[in-house]
Design a protein around this ligand. Structure first.
Ligand code: AMP
Length: 280
């Protein structure tokens, strides 16, 4: 596997692949890789002639500097995992490669999709994310880029950005990979205490409960039921909501020809976890 440590090395790689008219599947990550990331890599390998992963912990998408500092960094094991998964190249940009003139965000219209859920609770997060993803897509010039439904709001925002900015890439959404228990895999799970690691499947169970209730109750009634369950638990709920998949807006009632998802962000002790599930 090629290890590309600078923008120049990446550019040389991309040019050589493009000159041969081969397809590139790209998987951007922040490292601390787990089976969820490796599933994206597997999809990219299946659908493209070359697979490129990037690892970059993007400072501008952290609204909390302690969270950025504590974000797990496991570069050596990440490289080994990518190699065993059959990835062709990994791009490890330096901060200067992504932000040559300081930490300003690009003005990208996210169409209001960034004002709800994660956007409401993590101000500036999606502008930072969109800036780095746009820059990575421009640098890597992939045929297809892969994003997990674990971050469903992020996936929809990227789709919108790619349409608006007319970026020549196909965005592929990949289903959530879960632990056997049902807990969604996340780099943040490493920071859970063993006790919380075991109990955090609670979050997935509340999503399943919402799905079960969706045959009888309205979105708002389901949200109230689930909020009650959280108020009697050890998990501090930041939000639990049900939104239509394209607009990410909450509806008063379930419409026949729309798809809905339940979305949650909750604290397991100090660690903030997010998850979602399609309910209708
Ligand atoms: P991150 O390193 O957390 O920025 O994630 C990089 C990519 O992996 C994003 O597109 C995530 O949505 C995706 N991802 C993270 N966890 C999972 C998971 N459990 N299942 C599927 N995709 C995931």
């Amino acid at each position: 596997m090629l290890i590309l440590k600078s923008r120049q090395e990446l550019t040389d790689f991309v040019q050589s692949i493009r000159a041969k008219r081969l397809t590139i599947g790209f998987v951007p990550t922040m490292g601390a890789l787990h089976e969820g990331h490796l599933f994206l890599i597997k999809k990219a390998i299946e659908e493209n002639q070359y697979t490129l992963c990037s690892i970059f912990v993007n400072p501008t998408q952290f609204n909390n500097s302690a969270d950025l500092e504590k974000y797990p960094r496991t570069e050596e094991t990440d490289i080994k995992k990518l190699e065993s998964a059959g990835c062709d190249a990994v791009y490890l940009p330096k901060v200067e490669d992504m932000y040559p003139s300081g930490f300003e965000n690009d003005p990208i219209d996210l169409g209001g999709l960034d004002s709800v859920m994660e956007g409401a609770f993590r101000p500036g997060h999606f502008q930072g994310m969109a800036t780095v993803v746009k820059r990575l897509l421009l640098q890597t010039q992939p045929t297809k880029a892969y994003f997990g439904e674990k971050d469903f709001q992020q996936l929809q925002i990227i789709r919108q950005m790619v349409r608006n900015e007319k970026l020549p890439v196909e965005i592929i959404g990949v289903p959530i990979v879960r632990e056997e228990s049902g807990l969604a895999m996340s780099s943040r799970n490493m920071r859970l205490s063993p006790e919380f690691k075991e109990r955090s499947v609670f979050i997935y169970h509340t999503l399943l409960k919402a799905k079960e209730l969706s045959s009888q109750l309205s979105p708002q009634q389901i949200i109230s039921e689930v909020e009650k369950i959280y108020s009697n638990s050890d998990f501090k709920l930041e939000y639990f909501t049900i939104a239509e998949e394209k607009t990410l807006q909450t509806h008063d009632k379930f419409e026949e020809n729309s798809r809905y998802r339940a979305f949650v962000a909750a604290f397991a002790g100090e660690i903030r976890l997010i998850d979602n599930i399609q309910i209708r």
